[in-house]
Every structure is written in C-alpha cells, then in structure tokens.
Design a protein around this ligand. Structure first.
Ligand code: MN
Length: 201
C-alpha cells in the first residue's frame, strides 16, 4: 500500500515551497484539528482532522460557521502531514496552492460517536460527528457526504445544534486573523521574504 502522503508529496516541489515535507506518524492519543485560511486562486478554508497519523483534509470554499442553519460545502483534498498543523506562510507563485496560509483555528477534537469509534470508518461511511475544542470553533460539528458532485465526492460541514451554537454569528468576519500569531493574511504576505529573489539576504 502506498504512503497516504504520496499525493501530497507528488503535488509539491519542496525546493520551491516552504511547506513541510512531513511523514506519516503514529496516531496521537488526543486527536487534533486545524483550520487554515488559504488565500490561493480563490480564498478558502482548509479543514484538517488528525487520523491515522496524517491530517485528513477538506477545502471549505465559504469557511465554517457557528450557525447550525449554515451548511457549507467541503471538498476532500489530499492527506497532509502532521507537520502541516501549524504551517503559516506564503507558497510562492507557480507552486501548487500558491498564496498565503494562516492558522485560522486549532485545537483538539473528539469523535462524538464514542472515544473508541474509528473516525476513518465513519468517514468511509460518509458520516462523521465531532466535538471541536478550538479557539474559535467549539461544540459539535457534522461532516456528511452527499450524493452530489459526480466523480468527486462532496461533503457538507456544519455546526450541530447544541449549547455552543451561535445562530446568526459571522465568525469569519468577527475573527479573521491567525490564532497562532494574531496576523492577518495581508500581514503574513507582507512579512514574508519573496522566495523568487535569488541570493536574497
Ligand atoms: Mn488550501
């Protein structure tokens, strides 16, 4: 069986991108999640859940919501290495995913189907429910595969109804910056040294 990170490695030139090469790791005891805000060709948010020693990943074009009425499309992307968890920086022009990345939210999660439930199996079945303990996102969230989308499966990612739900809230505009450094996308972009200048520094 090929390494779950093969797609991740194949898409990138690590002489060109500051993203980590990474490796498949042992599962962590307390699983972690991250949501990265990624200003690529189109601004989107990348949801990543640690499972099986890698980060299972979805691109969420419109980003997460704390309002249970708001269900957001989530498109599966390649597994990412654990080292990607706190990646924040600029992927230079011409590279896969070129653009700026910030750590929009990070924390622990629990599988709401039970501590012994296998998230990988839940995902295979197209129905996962998780409890997020982030700095911004808290409470139960569902990740449900829909029939739509042709060959490429599509999922919905949305807040479940519980005491943590915030109907009507606009968390993306209320809390736009990095939870790692407090920086905005623009600040990260401007603080980064241009990678295409040879012999810089
Ligand atoms: Mn992305």
């Amino acid at each position: 069986m090929s390494d779950p990170l093969k797609d991740y490695w194949d898409k990138r030139d690590f002489n060109q991108t500051p993203e980590p090469v990474g490796e498949t790791q042992a599962s962590t005891k307390k699983p972690v999640f991250v949501i990265q805000k990624h200003d690529a060709r189109n601004l989107h948010y990348d949801l990543r859940l640690e499972h099986g020693g890698v980060l299972k990943s979805w691109a969420v074009p419109k980003g997460p919501s704390m309002d249970p009425m708001v269900k957001r499309l989530a498109v599966p992307t390649e597994d990412h290495p654990m080292g990607y968890l706190d990646f924040e920086g600029v992927i230079p022009k011409g590279n896969y995913g070129a653009g700026t990345v910030i750590v929009w939210d990070i924390g622990l999660y629990r599988n709401l189907k039970g501590d012994d439930a296998d998230l990988g199996r839940n995902l295979d079945e197209g129905h996962a429910t998780i409890w997020l303990e982030g700095a911004k996102l808290r409470g139960g969230f569902a990740l449900i595969r829909t029939k739509r989308g042709g060959k490429r499966p599509q999922w919905l990612f949305f807040k479940m109804k519980d005491e943590q739900a915030l109907p009507g809230s606009e968390i993306l505009t209320e809390r736009p910056n990095s939870v790692k450094t407090g920086r905005s996308l623009k600040e990260v972009e401007e603080q980064e040294e241009p990678a295409d200048i040879e012999g810089f520094q």
